[in-house]
Design a binder for this molecule. Structure first.
Ligand code: 7GP
Length: 833
């Protein structure tokens, strides 16, 4: 019988229970704890209490959106690097006073309690963290929108150091339960793989039937995303893979225990681990399986909600839903949306193609050629036979259309161009193998294609996808990245935030970062500079504490804190940084004690993970730790120079490091870093930048005033030519000396460092691909400029203030507004408070 739905009177929220009581209740009834709490308990009690407020807000928002039926943006991403949630949730919901007070009454400090939370590390680096910032901004701007991804059981590996070498440990993050998610037992979809495709007659029509050989269930988990200063709480829906049948009892009864467990293992394997790669794809079948798994579930989910309201009126779909493909990882969506509308809904090809291309858009996040995903046709045909057929038909239509479009070209030239733009093409390294080029599929199947900083979008147009740009110039756009000023300034640096608020007389800058420009008026004000310096000093003390905890060393709190944190990659050139540190060390060694006293003291910090299979990156980490081992112990220089590798760099560590940084390094070879986003976080926190003319550094320099930034190195336009000439480069004698030092065993581990030396050795054709030697001298010069500036503290502080003042553009609110207006055509819809 139907339940009497109107009989239940649901109280509107739990908000009436005082927070301290509620926390104690949660501990009592969820964990069986009665007093004698640990900090970890305090975290659990607080977060399960806050969760209820979050869910109230989430429910209200979604009731409102259900009623209004606005157009939605769905952000499809294999990665969401969310970090911790407690502080963000409490502050975004405006509950900080209430909960700080409650914890005080129980004898705890919010900051310490928050520290007990594990990071949700379902992403590798920039791309995944950008997705997390975007969700914060979408909710804050009241944009109807959800994220869709995978609920990995194990996220980004934990990095530890053993004897100075990276070791990878599993990230076991769900064992203590996750208060920030909500399992939706009513939301699950079947996802199939493999099997065969047949045509069958159905009346007068021929239909296509795909019978997968393997099926799993995608189980939805909702992760509410609270906006700031708004009643809106949106959603990140993550899929967990579970078996169709819970347990094969007959196999078990027949004594075959392994077979009884098999289906569960196979299913759970799909959402088990995040591929720990940044910029390089891991060409494994499981990865394609993961991609299809979450795309298939997400599209079915969206279509089922659409149909519940609009029935089969699919012409309306592009007015109600659009999807952003976060790099090529979700690109199978092109074929999957086609399949669902063709085979399941029975629409015809032309209509389906129009709908599909209207609904999808694609963002490119890297210029690294190895990261442009290509799947062997064989693999795709086996795992997704129907999708392979659809891609073949798309490609036939596309190449045929191209033929017409390029009819004025000479036949040979035309054939060449078509071959170069075909979605399915030969593997250049193995002519036997055919590949599906996912970036090409994404471009052909989308309405808009964008890069993530001005220079990068130009490289996308002029180089990476130039053929396509020539044909569809208006498809290509730029959307310069941004970061959320909530997490990356207001919440991670409350001291600076309150100084800014006091000075500007308003906290409106948290929603409108352009207001930070008001700080420019105070940049040279000595009294203000002193306050600004005091905040930086306090944040430096926190980082010094952390260094002490990890390495056992006290560092000079008056030294210049010089930071480089990001994934370890040859193109990001941590190696170049180390070389300049070695050079600095050698100079200090040569100085008299008197001379040394005049030198600018530096504490250098490097942090970042190397992909597990990236051998050269691991050697770079070992070089950092080896150099640190030598210089941190040297009694002559240790007051003037330190180098620490901080292991397990992640979102939470960044929240401690960035506010403390005085100089940050963004020194990629020009034209290689698509944008960078930590550069924006450092800028917001008043940290000066030493950097190349690359990615978003350029726009940051424009906003901050180029004279305030330490820019060095060759320009992107010169790179191709310089690479050709690299083997004839006359290297700087200082460079040669450093190469000999490392090769000669100055830091031990000679043999292990040999490939590193060889990788930038000018004697070998094609080496030093990232042109470290070319930029070395100008980098050292820029470092001298840094020292000179730091000696003039008032000038340094003026610049520091100018950085924060110039960071208005780099709020992800601005980025998201641009996506919403230029690509998504989604407008705000705010529930009433
Ligand atoms: C990164 C880019 O390297 C970085 O420059 C950019 O700021 C960030 O995306 C956000 O747009 N790319 C990745 O993290 C990545 O994995 C390969 O790219 C797909």
């Amino acid at each position: 019988a139907e339940l009497n739905k109107t009989a239940a009177v649901v109280p509107e929220s739990t908000a009436l229970v005082p927070a301290p009581v509620d926390i104690a209740n949660k501990l009592r009834y969820l964990f069986g704890r009665n007093g004698d709490y640990t900090v970890a308990d305090a975290y659990q009690g607080t977060s399960w209490s806050v969760r209820e407020k979050l869910i109230d807000s989430f429910n209200k928002t979604h009731e409102h959106w259900k009623k209004e039926d606005p157009k939605f943006i769905y952000y499809l991403s294999a990665e969401f690097l969310m970090g911790r949630s407690l502080i963000n949730t409490v502050y975004n919901l405006g509950l900080e006073g209430e909960y700080a007070e409650a914890l005080n009454q129980l004898g705890y400090e919010m900051e310490k309690v928050a520290d007990a939370e594990r990071d949700a590390a379902l992403g590798n680096g920039g791309l995944g963290r950008l997705a997390a910032c975007f969700l914060d901004s979408m909710a804050t701007l009241d944009l109807p929108g959800w994220g869709y991804g995978i609920r990995y059981k194990y996220g980004m590996f934990k990095q530890a150091l053993r004897n100075g070498y990276q070791v990878e440990l599993p990230d076991i993050w769900l064992t203590k339960g996750n208060p920030w998610e909500l399992r939706r037992d009513d939301v699950k979809f079947e996802v199939g793989f493999g099997g065969r495709v047949e045509r069958r007659k159905q009346g007068s029509k021929e239909i296509t039937v795909w019978t997968p050989s393997e099926k799993v269930i995608a189980q939805a988990y909702d992760n509410p995303i609270p906006g700031f200063n708004t009643p809106t709480t949106s959603n990140l829906r993550l899929w967990d893979a579970v078996p169709l049948t819970e347990f094969d009892l007959s196999a078990f009864n027949a004594g075959d225990y392994d077979r009884a467990m098999l289906e569960r293992e196979r299913a759970e394997g799909i959402s088990a681990v995040l591929y720990p790669n940044d910029s390089t794809p891991e060409g494994k079948e499981l990865r394609l399986k993961q991609q299809y798994f979450f795309v298939c579930a997400s599209l079915q989910d969206v279509l089922s909600r659409f149909k519940a309201v609009h029935g089969n009126n699919f012409d309306l779909l592009p007015e109600k839903a659009c999807f952003q493909l976060n790099d090529t990882h979700p690109t199978i969506a092109v074929a999957e949306l086609m399949r669902l509308l063709l085979d399941v809904e029975g629409l015809d090809w032309d209509k389906v193609w129009t709908i599909t291309t209207k609904c999808l858009n694609y963002t490119n996040h890297t210029v690294m050629p190895e990261a442009l995903e290509k799947w062997p046709v064989k693999v795709m045909a086996k795992m997704l036979p129907r999708h392979m057929e659809i891609i073949e038909v798309i490609n036939e239509g596309w190449t045929k259309w191209l033929g017409g479009h390029l009819k004025d070209l000479a036949p040979e030239e035309r054939a060449k161009r078509i071959a170069a733009m075909s979605i399915i093409h030969e593997n250049p390294w193995n002519k036997e193998e055919m590949l599906v080029n996912m970036a090409y599929l994404a471009v052909v199947g989308s309405s808009a294609v964008n890069g993530v900083a001005a220079i990068h979008s130009n490289i996308v147009k002029d180089e990476i996808l130039n053929d396509f740009y020539q044909i569809f110039p208006s498809k290509f756009q730029n959307k310069t990245n941004g970061v959320t000023p909530r997490r990356w300034l207001a919440w991670c640096n409350p001291e600076l935030a309150s100084l800014i608020t006091d000075t500007l007389g308003t906290s409106e800058w948290i929603n409108d970062t352009e207001k930070l420009a008001g700080l420019r008026a105070y940049a040279s004000d000595k009294a203000f500079q002193a306050k600004w310096a005091a905040v930086k000093k306090a944040k430096k003390a926190k980082l010094a504490e952390l260094i002490k905890k990890v390495h056992g060393d006290e560092v000079n709190p008056n030294a210049l804190f010089d930071i480089q944190i990001k994934r370890i990659h040859e193109y990001k050139r941590q190696y170049l940084n180390v070389l300049s540190i070695i050079w600095r060390y050698k100079q200090l060694k040569k100085m008299s004690p008197e001379e040394r006293k005049k030198a600018v003291a530096r504490v250098c910090v490097i942090g970042g993970k190397a992909a597990s299979a990236y051998d050269m990156a691991k050697r770079i980490i070992r070089l950092v730790t080896a150099v640190g081992d030598v210089i941190n112990k040297d009694p002559e220089t240790k007051d003037y120079l330190r180098l620490y590798f901080l292991p397990d760099y992640n979102v939470s560590l960044a929240e401690t490091i960035i506010p403390a940084a005085e100089l940050s390094q963004h020194i990629s070879t020009a034209g290689t870093e698509a944008s960078g986003t930590s550069n924006m976080k450092f800028q917001m926190n008043g940290c000066l930048i030493i950097g190349t003319w690359d990615g978003a550094n350029i726009e940051i320099a424009e906003e901050t005033g180029i004279d305030n930034v330490f820019v060095f190195g060759v320009r992107a336009e010169e790179i191709n030519q310089l690479r050709k000439e690299r083997k004839n480069l006359k290297t700087d004698p200082r460079w040669d000396e450093l190469m000999r030092d490392i090769e000669g065993g100055m830091f031990g581990d000679k043999d292990y460092f040999k490939p590193l030396v060889d990788s930038v050795n000018n004697m070998k054709v094609g080496n030093d691909w990232f042109l470290l030697a070319n930029d070395f001298a100008s980098y050292l010069k820029a470092q001298e400029d840094v020292d000179a500036c730091y000696k003039d503290q008032s000038e340094w502080l003026r610049r520091s203030i100018m950085y924060t003042a110039g960071s208005g553009k780099f709020s992800s609110d601005r980025t998201i507004r641009e996506y919403a207006e230029d690509i998504w055509h989604v407008t705000p819809s705010r529930p009433t408070a």
